[in-house]
Design a protein around this ligand. Structure first.
Ligand SMILES: [Zn+2]
Length: 297
């Protein structure tokens, strides 16, 4: 039989072999298979292990319920997701444009292109990367965006004023190679925005193996703040600041309560989302999801 799983012997960030399983997690979303989450004893990084290899992971995305790619509007969670997404799209636009003058933007994992379209409307030169065929076609035909399937190698170096990855890096197999490409593509005075679930957040600690931010096996990595900073420092980036994503805690809590089969999931999720956001406030935000803003060194 064709080999579909790959086993990591080393920590993907610090390369230590002092790694051990810390949690077993079910793929509640689709396959119902169990995956291990390993922790590096040296740097504290968490990662899914063993994991589907690049050739086989596609089958774990084949679900009509994968909201990130879906514009259908049925079901309560999907409805909430759509409303919040429209609001956060606007907020993301404001955040990004407050860090950079108009120029070239690359959105990696651009899905159906709503985020990039805002920039195109304002006269930015936009490029997208999206592996999902139907999402990519939608972005091209609906908005006339330039979107490629995957390969960053073909894009020009020292070219982009802004690169964004909204909840994408946790899906990338070869982290170091990807970061090398980001460093090559970004202009010397450019800015990179990386949004990731935060395994150190209050809701992650509360829900443990039910935390929807784990999303195995689609999420290959489960980042904490120090892991992200170390990884990007290794690749020639410096962290400017982190920003909270306050709606993610409600959405992730709602899904997590569903995974726990809690009949009072709406109430509990709202309460937990609120708690998570309050406990995440501080000089260094510790919310359910964080946006890391980097510049090249
Ligand atoms: Zn490590």
């Amino acid at each position: 039989m064709e080999q579909k799983l790959e086993i990591l012997q080393y920590c993907p960030i610090c390369k230590s072999n002092e790694i051990a399983e810390s949690l077993q997690v079910k793929d509640f979303f689709q396959s119902r298979e169990i995956f291990g989450i390993y922790k590096c004893k040296y740097c504290g990084f968490h990662f899914t292990n063993p994991r589907p290899n690049e050739q086989s992971i596609g089958s774990y995305y084949k679900s009509e319920n994968y909201y990130s790619h879906s514009n259908s509007n049925s079901g309560l969670i999907a409805k909430i997701y759509q409303k919040v997404r429209n609001y956060t799209l606007e907020k993301k636009y404001k955040l990004v444009s407050s860090y950079s003058a108009k120029g070239n933007i690359l959105d990696i994992g651009c899905a159906t292109g709503q985020f990039l379209n805002q920039f195109m409307q304002k006269g930015w030169a936009c490029q997208g990367i999206e592996p999902d065929d139907s999402a990519r076609e939608f972005a091209k035909t609906q908005y006339g965006l330039e979107v490629q399937k995957s390969n960053l190698n073909h894009l020009p170096g020292n070219h982009f004023n802004v690169i964004t990855m909204w909840h994408v890096l946790e899906h990338v197999h070869d982290l170091q190679e990807y970061l090398k490409q980001l460093r090559r593509l970004i202009k010397k005075d450019g800015v990179v925005f990386i949004a990731l679930p935060n395994i150190q957040s209050y809701d992650a600690n509360h829900y443990k193996e039910y935390w929807a931010g784990l999303d195995v096996p689609r999420h290959l990595y489960h980042f904490g703040r120090e892991n992200v900073e170390q990884l990007f420092n290794q690749s020639g980036f410096q962290l400017l600041i982190t920003k909270p994503m306050v709606f993610d805690s409600f959405y992730v809590s709602l899904l997590s309560e569903k995974y726990k089969s809690n009949p009072f999931h709406l109430f509990s999720a709202f309460f937990m989302g609120l708690l998570s956001n309050i406990s995440g406030m501080g000089e260094k935000p510790n919310h359910s999801s964080l946006i890391y803003i980097f510049k090249p060194i």
